[in-house]
Write a protein that binds this ligand. Structure first.
Ligand code: PMM
Length: 290
């Protein structure tokens, strides 16, 4: 077990009519702000505000709609003292979000969708989450092909993104990497990546993991007819995964977990922390006796 620091918890605030996990529930800015404040009260370290659904098959919103969705929500939550990240692939949205108070740009495309986003990040000095990504949601699942192994491919493609980030002038201590669970990945790809996070950690950057409510958890829990568990009933599986990751079962500390039900995942982290403390106590007692 690792004695590394507990992961941070990033609570998801999707201001979208069609997000797969909570689509439409918080698409009005006032409801999204209230939801963000609730996630803060539940113990979120970071609030991730997004205005574009990236569920498989989704089509992109207009730039103006994405701005209208996220900017007022970020302004309000940052004004309450929250650490806010903006979940966007667009340079214009990233720029306006940082002006509105976001301190992190979470780009699921790692700068591939709109390379100018890297200039915004370099200029403003905010933290940048670069996720592994191959294409927009309408065709990403056609690209879930990893000859030679998903772990090595994701590592190599993230290494290419790191080179692009550095070339744009983004400092190493501003970079976070993410395996991109569910993005151009089949179920078994996600599990392989989770088991081999050490390979990605070998790139030398903190890791963010977003597993919460994703299809591969629904598939794990499918019913006897092969129907995946509905999105709203996948929380417990995600919480179990958070406990395992926080306890260091993957052998690699995770910097941040991106989740929907912050309170439930906080509970998982409390269990993992207690587990780690008890094991450390037991090891110390063992040494005293030796
Ligand atoms: N997943 C989604 C959206 N944004 N950002 C990062 N960094 N990592 C993820 O895995 C990720 C993300 C899709 O999930 P949602 O519809 O629940 O937001």
């Amino acid at each position: 077990m690792s004695a590394a620091a507990a992961p941070l918890v990033m609570g998801v605030v999707n201001v979208t009519p069609d997000s797969f996990s909570d689509g439409g529930r918080y698409d009005d800015p006032q409801r999204a702000i209230a939801h963000g404040l609730q996630l803060l009260a539940d113990g979120a370290d970071i609030l991730d505000v997004g205005g574009e659904s990236t569920r498989p098959g989704a089509t992109r919103p207009l730039l103006a709609d994405e701005l209208d969705r996220v900017v007022p929500v970020i302004e309000a939550l940052a004004a309450q003292g929250a650490v806010v990240s903006v979940d966007t692939m667009r340079s214009e949205v990233a720029a306006r979000a940082v002006e509105a108070g976001a301190g992190i740009v979470n780009d699921v495309s790692g700068g591939l969708a709109d390379p100018a986003i890297l200039d915004v990040v370099a200029r403003t000095g905010v933290t940048y989450v670069a996720m592994h990504w191959r294409a927009h949601s309408d065709r990403m699942q056609q690209l879930a092909d990893y000859e030679g192994g998903v772990v090595e491919a994701v590592r190599a493609e993230l290494a290419d993104r790191v080179a692009a980030l550095r070339a744009a002038g983004i400092a190493d201590d501003r970079i976070v990497l993410d395996p991109g669970l569910g993005f151009a990945k089949l179920g078994h790809h996600n599990w392989e990546l989770l088991r081999r996070l050490d390979v990605l950690a070998g790139l030398g950057f903190p890791l963010l993991v977003g597993a919460s409510r994703k299809t591969f958890l629904g598939r794990l829990l499918e019913d006897p007819d092969g129907e995946p568990r509905p999105v709203a009933e996948r929380e417990a599986a995600g919480v179990a995964l958070s406990a395992l990751l926080a306890a260091g079962v993957a052998g690699t500390p995770v910097w941040c977990l991106r989740v929907h039900d912050v309170r439930a995942h906080r509970d998982a982290l409390a269990v993992a922390a207690q587990w780690g403390t008890q094991n450390a106590d037991r090891a110390a007692t063992g040494k005293e006796r030796a």
